[in-house]
Design a protein around this ligand. Structure first.
Ligand code: FE2
Length: 366
């Protein structure tokens, strides 16, 4: 199957209860700049939208302005979460037609939206749960984001050189799907988008004493778009994926991994901004050098911040996970720095999942 030529992830759209306040969180805690706005003041009547940027990462936060909004039921069903992962393509219509031909379900047919800044093309297909993929092309668009959006009023948000925490790009976006559905979605990405399977983890890699999951990673031809897909596996007690599925009300995006060039600096800043990260026991660091060999970073500093390290044949990587960012134990973020390694942190799964289970225990859902 030939690849559908996806250039990169264009943006991630979150559907949230109060986009104004979410923008404040991602700005002040995660270091994003708020660059554009759509809403009543820009003649958009049904929803408010904020565009946030840091490095190459673009997040869009959307809230309905009434219960007449076609997506308003999402909020009750899922709480705040990722609604759409938009993919930048050279030809929106060709991608959409080809995707449908290969078995995808359309969500929104191709549209060319126009304003004084040019033409913005878009079309969406359905993915797991209520998540969609929008194909976008902005080659003929010069505006700040898309028609309807205006640059943010500088009176409202000032750009800051202090604020960015060094997040540069999206490394991967992980889906949680129901038990037994992982392979179906791997097939979807292979068949519909021409992805290839990169790695897989089974319950022997991932199970702790209590909970287990299985995971496969698919990626596009250039390797720039990577989507791990998890499903719960049978274990003594409830998997973290089951907990997610219960509280999100079905499949959806579990975490977004954001790349930094200096994880120590980034995590230090995020912690100063009150972002909560998962902690592994200090004993993790006692055996770290044994496991990954010598690394450039100061071990004490890593232990102090709770940053995890893993390695493969090509090098090593450093990673850390936030706690869920909403009240429901659903979406969270990963901060990742790669020093050669293409790994997803398999060597950390056990320590990490035990940390997650301690949190599950506190929530009464283990
Ligand atoms: Fe990850």
């Amino acid at each position: 199957m030939t690849d559908i030529p996806l250039r990169k992830i264009d943006h991630v759209r979150f559907f949230v209860g109060n986009a104004r306040q979410s923008a404040f969180f991602y700005r002040n805690a995660f270091g994003f700049d708020v660059i554009a706005y759509a809403g009543l003041e820009t003649k958009v009547r049904h929803e408010a939208g904020y565009v946030l940027k840091q490095g190459e990462i673009t997040f869009v936060l959307t809230s309905p302005l009434s219960d007449q909004h076609p997506e308003s039921k999402r909020l009750v069903a899922h709480g705040d979460g990722v609604m759409d992962i938009a993919l930048d393509v050279t030809d929106v219509r060709a991608c959409y037609d080809e995707a449908l031909k290969r078995g995808a379900t359309g969500a929104r047919p191709p549209e060319a939206l126009e304003d004084e800044n040019g033409v913005f093309e878009t079309a969406s297909i359905r993915a797991y749960g209520d998540t969609t993929h929008t194909f976008v092309n902005r080659d003929r668009y010069r505006g700040v984001f898309a028609p309807g959006f205006k640059p943010i009023d500088p009176e409202r948000y000032q750009e800051s050189t202090e604020r960015p925490v060094g997040l540069a790009a999206i490394d991967h976006i992980v889906a949680n799907v129901e038990e037994g559905k992982m392979n179906e979605w791997v097939e979807f990405y292979r068949k519909v988008l021409g992805f290839t399977q990169l790695v897989s983890f089974d319950d022997k890699d991932i199970s702790t004493e209590y909970s287990a999951l299985m995971s496969k990673v698919v990626q596009n031809g250039t390797g720039r778009v990577k989507f791990p897909i998890n499903e719960p596996a049978q274990a003594k007690r409830r998997s973290q994926i089951d907990e997610y599925l219960q509280y999100y009300g079905g499949p959806g995006v579990q975490h977004i991994a954001l790349i930094t060039g200096d994880i120590i600096k980034t995590v230090r800043k995020m912690r100063d901004n009150d972002v909560s990260f998962l902690r592994v026991p200090q004993t993790y660091y006692d055996t770290l050098t044994e496991r990954v060999g010598t690394i450039k970073e100061d071990l004490k500093e890593l232990a102090d911040l709770g940053i995890l390290v893993d390695k493969d044949d090509e090098g090593y990587m450093l990673q850390i996970f936030t706690k869920p960012v909403a009240d429901r134990p659903t979406l969270f973020f990963e901060v990742i720095q790669r020093r050669g390694s293409k790994s997803f942190g398999k060597g950390n799964f056990k320590a990490l999942f035990e940390a997650i289970e301690r949190e599950q225990e506190l929530r009464g859902s283990l």
